[in-house]
Ligand binder design. Structure first.
Ligand SMILES: Nc1ncnc2c1ncn2[C@@H]1O[C@H](COP(=O)(O)OP(=O)(O)OP(=O)(O)O)[C@@H](O)[C@H]1O
Ligand SMILES: [Mg+2]
Length: 462
């Protein structure tokens, strides 16, 4: 059996057409789940440290280095006419042992993180986020799709493939159980352009990662379909007369546009597509930078701007690691303590949750009080819709430019614009799309389930 899978940046869903009817795969009570995985880390025990011959050799090398350094320092001190600071052989050995032991712990931690065993206790969706925040340890990977197109070192790539595998396996097993037959094939949605640090090569890598992961997850046959094409499939079924339409899908990680011939009982024909590798998760980062980071010293203290961006970018593991590495001991009060609190495990995830809530609330109401107690008791921000508009202006401009390109590329105006994707729930975003095509009607599709239902239709036609 084939199913349609929307492996979204923020939310994932799956569905099949059974007896001509759309059947959503249910994850617990829900028809989609947050694309997040938590797996507890196998924390290495320092008591397991024992000097193997290999570690013994490292210790000796470390000790030789320390002796050489001590001799050089002594010579330099003598040249300045000062008394040398000399440490005993015991002290040198003790220090060398400490260095070797620390290195060993770091290696163990790295191995544990990459180990497949730790994936057996994975949690998915909101449970993953909660599991992470409750456990005070382990690893939370949110929106792994955002990383598929990035330059990844082989170790990280392996971890990312494992994560994608677990998500796809979770979907396959849940669907097989619900439908009572083994699910072996899938039509998986893909953005026109993945978020990438390597241009088109990033999208190729992303597809490779998904292919590898799907195979390990037990899918024997996999087909990829562009997400706007899938969204169009659904709209297509609802149109009696043939027309040219523009499909705009503004999701969590990417914005996809497709020009298609739809309706009239003939197969849909996707003529052309465009992509902007930006979406709702970028709006969360913008809200965080605009409304929250000034409370942590942005624009006030002499911490480089990029460190605030790194702190806000929860979906980018290397950036998060960079931020956690910084030393804010000398940053003046109250910012130093706040930055250090944000470096605590789980704090950037919490900040991002508040940013997303702020974004969603300000999409509909004029004010939101964002509580940041986890950074400092009583810390809060009163954010207004003007703040929100300022924060998202750069995204709105990019969206406008993309739509202007689309307009310029088309020979004739389409009959309608079909708008979908979670981010299209924001009236500000919708207004900007409308303003780019004022002459034609804007049809609002189901923001969440449009893509997956189209993929299910495609799956049923195989
Ligand atoms: N009312 C709202 N206003 C603004 N944004 C919203 C609203 N509701 C949900 N969102 C945002 O929509 C995004 C998720 O949309 P969607 O489910 O279409 O994305 P996705 O399919 O997971 O991502 P992609 O298609 O880019 O891979 C999230 O960033 C979420 O915060
Ligand atoms: Mg999507």
């Amino acid at each position: 059996m084939y199913i349609g899978i929307d492996f979204g940046t923020s939310y994932s869903a799956a569905a099949a057409i059974i007896n001509g009817k759309l059947c959503m795969v249910r994850f617990g009570e829900a028809e989609q789940f947050r694309t997040a995985v938590f797996f507890p880390e196998l924390v290495p025990d320092p008591n397991d440290f024992a000097l193997t011959p290999e570690l013994e050799a490292q210790l000796e090398a470390q000790l030789r280095l320390a002796r050489t350094q001590q001799r050089q320092q002594a010579a330099a001190a003598a040249a300045r006419g000062q008394a040398p600071v000399s440490r005993s052989e015991d002290e040198l050995r003790h220090e060398a042992l400490r260095v070797v032991r620390r290195q060993w712990m770091e290696d163990q931690t790295r191995e544990a993180t990459a180990s497949v065993a730790s994936f057996q206790h994975a949690l998915f969706g909101e449970d993953a986020v909660e599991g992470y925040l409750d456990s005070g340890g382990g690893n939370l990977i949110e929106s792994p799709k955002s990383m598929f197109g990035y330059r990844l070192d082989p170790q990280v790539r392996k971890v990312i493939v494992h994560i994608a595998t677990h998500i796809l396996e979770h979907i396959r097993l849940t669907a097989s159980k619900q439908f009572g037959v083994p699910v072996r094939g899938a039509v998986i949605g893909r953005p026109v352009e993945f978020r990438s640090s390597m241009g088109a090569q990033g999208s190729e890598q992303a597809i490779e990662i998904l292919r590898e992961a799907a195979a390990v997850a037990g899918f024997d046959h996999v087909i990829f379909l562009e997400e706007p094409a899938a969204a169009a499939m659904h709209y297509h079924k609802s149109l009696e007369a043939r027309q040219h339409a523009l499909i705009v899908d503004i999701g969590g990680g990417t914005t996809d546009v497709a020009h298609a011939e739809l309706g009239g009982g003939v197969a849909p024909n996707i003529a052309r597509s465009w992509g902007l590798p930006k979406g709702g998760t970028d709006l969360d980062v913008s809200v965080s930078l605009h409304s929250f980071m000034p409370l942590l010293g942005k624009d006030t203290i002499r911490v480089p701007q990029h460190q605030f961006v790194e702190a806000a970018s929860v979906h980018n593991l290397p950036k998060q690691r960079e931020f956690r590495k910084q030393n804010y001991r000398l940053v003046p009060a109250p910012y130093g303590a706040r930055l250090r609190a944000l470096q605590e495990l789980g704090a950037t995830t919490r900040l991002n949750q508040v940013a997303e809530r702020t974004k969603i609330t300000l999409s509909g109401s004029p004010h939101y009080r964002a509580e940041l107690d986890f950074i400092e008791p009583g810390l809060a921000v009163e954010a207004s819709s003007e703040d929100f508009n300022t924060a998202i202006e750069s995204f709105l401009n990019q969206l406008e430019r993309t739509l202007a390109t689309v307009r310029g590329d088309l020979d004739a105006l389409p009959a309608s614009v079909f708008l979908t994707g979670g981010t299209s729930r924001s009236p500000q975003i919708k207004a900007r799309v409308e303003a780019s095509f004022p002459e034609i009607p804007l049809v609002q599709g189901d923001p969440s389930l449009g893509v997956v239902s189209g993929l299910a239709v495609a799956a049923s036609e195989i």
